[in-house]
Design a protein around this ligand. Structure first.
Ligand code: PHE
Ligand code: ZN
Length: 874
């Protein structure tokens, strides 16, 4: 193995030998290369007696370097492909360097690269080292000044962080722009952009009456699709002032949109860069979900300005410090703007299927990992989503007021510095005089804890007792023995009429029980009659809860629970139980009969007009195969799929009339709006349409065609098109052809078209996928296209991906090997789709593993892909 595969440990953290006082960069942008000149003032870290300094630098062509004006011959430097080592340095010195870089050849999309005709940067986590020699680590903070020089015709727009200080013309048709960012920042938050971009602009007046200039830059062809993002930005700025008392701190806020991006978006100080997927949205090109995601991601990156930028991470092991907290904040933003219940259900649904799977896989790691080979592999669901759950638990334990007190103290103590997850926890504890020592285990112990609950009712004593026990996760891999964690369990009890009981002297109808020991009981007195418990309301902790409820209990909760999340969850439990019963029956060649109670419960939810329609839509949506698989082992995917289809057929047999009438009731011709009410209504309507079309009945294909033809919005058209295509209903090929002709110049629209086809559950889909990849609209160089085809096929078409002959796995492995030479980050994301191999039937599992081995044995693997496959084989 090459030296690039070194494992880095959290325990080895050392503060830097030198701090940076300021950075002054100059970019001379040419079409085929860019010249980067840097002036950096270094100052010795007096806590450390070491006068050497390692500067990270990769893919740089060093032209010259000087220290305090003395030129150092390049040949005299300790230079490797990782960086350069300086020694015998004075306490303070100015380093000047000049490097040449080649952005047009950069397909990894880290550092400075080209997208269409413009140039842009991506520096998180370690991209800045592809721009200049620098201590590229998050605990080195400095103010930056940046001057960009470029041809005025080709690159009229020149952007960097902070505020624009000066601009003007130069000779040879060149011009320049000078930017100053006064807030000290780590190099990963640096950004610059040069190109011919159009923009829209607006203003925001802050709570302290400052006018902020807001701009969104994009290629001219997309300029009419940025308005929703701009409105979302203003909403986010207002919301952060109102809910968190956080006010923006520069004179301008710029966003640049690109089609070529490895992730969703990036929070560079004052200059966010966005994947076009999370900005561009119009009524006829974006679904309701797309609009909501735009708002959420715009919010997320904006919220980073305080949680991530003003206070940043000491080292990359602390990534969840900024990401878990900022995801929590964006979740709250969406909850306050849209439907809180729907948002919570969707987030937990995602957590329990995808993050729980990660936590049970070879990639399982604590929210604060202990080691990594490639940090880009740790931008994970665990760091982001489980990290957000950890922050939510503080909120549950401390309440909104206590939580905000903790936030205030966190800013007071740490503003302008780089800190750790422990610093955050201490701020929460100290502001509330609460002992959160044990709570710290949420950062250090990997895996999903299991909590079992048992109950006992003593009629004579009128006493109800709940006994909880917590168990280590199977995947726990810490060096010391697993310790019981601090688990907040929000709960309520219902009497047999569905009324919540009073649980304490304050007459609360729900309480937060703090499970801190291995085993612990809760006793409630004066309970006349056995109640039904509703435990872990709102999913108050990221655990697997096991309780012995009967089918009747679940049906009762699905009907009565006042906690929207648990009500939905009860409906899911019923559905899951039935699907699993059918699965077992199919394996034993028996038939399973669904109890009538199931259909009664389903009907009751479907027709309940008092409930939020978004909640109803979710409650009648059957669990995905993925979410079932995480709770199973030795899964036979084909049989599981058939079990689910059987249930769909039965629902149609029993309830088609009701489903059709709910469809019609919610199919209105009101003009389109992205309002919470309309979004909910459309989601319910389209879920009904899904059931109807699954029946294979021609009449409903017709209904679907009608909806496709008459809709005034993209949600309704794309839903209808997807349903017809997935059933391969008459006429679907023509609709797909028309779509292609209409949208072939629009990558985002074509990506949806690609995904629809990659998820057709038909025998020949893999052949179709291969053909799609030959089209000019597809390229392995474009991450969105890769995700739209490969990601959709492997994660969204489980029966085909897990085809018994293993062709799906071999196909993925081929693509991973091809991708790895182009974009290792994306290659690593794709190979991770094999990570849940442990869940499957041995026939499938062995074939998955043999592809993992094949990749592992390949020459010249990137550190990114190597780390994933190597862990899988350990
Ligand atoms: N920090 C970004 C976010 O979560 C994600 C990101 C990571 C983007 C790495 C690019 C590269 O907001
Ligand atoms: Zn983030």
């Amino acid at each position: 193995m090459t030296q690039t595969k070194k494992e880095i440990f959290r325990a080895d953290y050392q503060p830097p030998n030198y701090w940076v006082r300021w950075v002054d960069l100059a970019f001379l942008v040419e079409q085929d290369h860019t010249l980067v000149s840097a002036r950096i003032l270094f100052k010795r870290n007096r806590a450390i007696m070491d006068n050497t300094l390692f500067l990270d630098g990769q893919h740089l062509s060093l032209q010259r370097l000087s220290i305090d004006g003395d030129e150092v011959a390049v040949d005299d430097l300790y230079l490797t492909d990782r960086g350069l080592l300086l020694h015998d340095l004075p306490d303070q010195f100015e380093l000047r360097s000049e490097v040449k870089i080649y952005p047009a050849e950069n397909t990894a999309l880290e550092g400075l690269y080209q997208s269409g005709e413009f140039f842009l940067t991506q520096c998180e986590a370690e991209g800045f080292r592809r721009i200049t020699y620098y201590p590229d680590r998050p605990d080195v903070l400095a103010p930056f000044t940046v001057t960009i020089v470029a041809d005025k015709t080709r690159y009229p727009v020149l952007l960097s962080n902070g505020n624009r200080l000066a601009a003007g013309d130069l000779s040879h048709n060149r011009h320049y722009c000078k930017w100053v960012d006064p807030h000290p920042k780590p190099s990963y938050l640096f950004a610059m952009v040069a190109g011919d971009l159009a923009y829209i602009e607006d203003q925001f007046t802050t709570a302290n009456n400052k006018q902020i200039q807001l701009r969104i830059f994009t290629e001219q062809r997309n300029i009419d699709a940025c308005d929703y993002a701009m409105q979302s930005l203003k909403n986010a700025m207002r919301w952060d002032e109102e809910r968190f008392n956080l006010v923006y701190d520069l004179d301008e806020y710029n966003i640049v949109v690109t089609d070529d991006f490895n992730m969703g978006a990036m929070e560079n100080k004052g200059l966010n860069i966005f994947n076009s997927k999370y900005v561009l949205a119009k009524q006829n090109t974006a679904t309701d979900q797309d609009f909501i995601h735009v708002e959420a991601v715009i919010g997320h990156e904006y919220f980073h300005n305080w949680t991530g930028n003003r206070i940043t991470c000491r080292d990359w092991f602390q990534l969840s410090l900024k990401e878990g907290l900022t995801v929590f904040r964006d979740q709250e933003f969406t909850s306050d703007q849209q439907s809180r219940a729907v948002k919570r259900i969707e987030d937990v649904r995602h957590l329990r299927s995808a993050q729980f799977a990660e936590d049970a896989s070879p990639m399982s790691h604590p929210v604060r990992p202990d080691s990594y080979i490639e940090i880009n592999n740790f931008y994970t669901l665990t760091v982001y989503e489980k990290g957000a759950e950890v922050v939510r638990m503080y909120h549950t334990l401390l309440g909104e007021t206590g939580f905000q007190k903790g936030m205030d103290l966190y800013f007071k103590r740490h503003d302008g510095t780089a800190v750790s997850c422990d610093d955050f926890r201490h701020a929460m504890a100290d502001a509330n005089q609460m002992d959160l020592t044990q709570f710290g285990l949420w950062y250090s112990q990997n895996g999903t804890p299991v909590v079992t609950a048992e109950s006992e009712y003593d009629a004579d004593e009128a006493c109800y007792r709940l006994r909880f026990e917590q168990h280590p996760p199977d995947s726990y891999r810490g060096k010391t023995a697993w310790q019981p964690m601090h688990i907040p369990i929000k709960l309520a009890l219902y009497d047999d009429t569905g009324r919540p009981l009073k649980l304490n002297r304050q007459s609360d109808t729900h309480i937060v029980f703090e499970l801190t020991q291995k085993q612990q009981s809760l006793e409630i007195e004066n309970v006349s009659g056995r109640p039904t418990p509703s435990l872990l309301q709102g999913f108050s902790a990221p655990v697997r809860l096991k309780q012995k409820l009967t089918f009747e209990d679940w049906a009762f909760l699905a009907q009565h629970d006042q906690d929207a999340f648990n009500r939905w969850d009860a409906a899911q439990q019923l559905q899951q139980n039935i699907i699993l019963a059918k699965y077992r029956a199919l394996q034993d060649n028996e038939t399973h009969k669904t109890p009538k109670l199931f259909f009664d419960s389903f009907r009751q939810l479907l027709l309940n007009e008092k409930l939020d329609k978004g909640l109803v839509a979710l409650a009648i949506t059957l669990p995905t195969l993925q979410s079932l698989i995480v709770n199973m082992d030795a899964v036979d995917v084909a049989v599981l799929h058939r079990a689910k289809e059987q249930l769909v057929d039965e629902i149609n047999q029993h309830l088609q009339v009701e489903i059709l009438s709910v469809y019609h009731q919610n199919h209105t011709d009101e003009p389109y709006q992205v309002s919470a009410r309309q979004v909910a209504q459309r989601s319910l309507k389209n879920r009904c349409l899904w059931y109807l079309v699954q029946s294979g009945n021609k009449e409903f294909y017709h209904l679907c065609h009608q909806q496709h033809k008459n809709a005034d919005n993209y949600t309704d058209t794309i839903t209808a098109l997807t349903l017809l295509a997935h059933r391969q209903a008459p006429g679907y090929e023509d609709l797909l052809a028309d779509y292609y002709n209409q949208w072939q110049e629009h990558p985002l629209m074509i990506n949806k078209w690609l995904s629809i086809q990659a998820t057709i559950p038909a025998e020949d889909t893999l052949d179709r996928v291969r053909q799609l990849m030959e089209l000019p609209v597809f390229s392995l160089k474009n991450p969105n296209a890769v995700r739209a085809v490969l990601g959709a096929f492997c994660a969204g078409n489980l029966t085909r991906f897990h085809a018994p002959d293993g062709c799906g796995y071999a196909f993925l492995a081929d693509q991973v090997l091809a991708l790895d030479t182009i974009n290792p980050q994306i290659a690593a994301r794709m190979v991770s789709l094999l990570n849940d191999f442990r869940q499957f039937h041995p026939d499938l599992r062995h074939q998955m593993l043999s592809q993992i081995k094949r990749i592992h044995a390949a020459d010249k693997l990137s550190a990114n892909v190597f780390e994933i496959v190597d862990r899988a084989l350990q």
